[in-house]
Design a protein. Structure first.
Length: 76
């Protein structure tokens, strides 16, 4: 998963908005990978969940998560 995060960090600047969509499934492996991805994402990006009310009604579902990520300003 690190190569994916390195790519996201390389392609995004501090004004880039990255939208990520994920279908929740009742599969333990999927839940584990999704949790790990979110933790890694939050190390590098400010992440907010888009409420379903803000999504187009034709393209939203209770099992679909949409996240908005903006690159963090790292403090040394």
């Amino acid at each position: 998963m690190e190569p994916l995060m390195k790519t996201l960090c390389h392609l995004a600047d501090f004004s880039t908005e990255v939208f990520i969509s994920q279908e929740e499934q009742d599969i333990e492996k999927q839940r584990t990978v999704w949790r790990a991805f979110q933790e890694l994402l939050q190390r590098h990006f400010e992440v907010t969940k888009i409420p379903s009310q803000e999504l187009h009604p034709d393209f939203c579902s209770s099992d679909i998560i949409v996240l908005r990520a903006v690159k963090r300003h790292l403090v040394n």
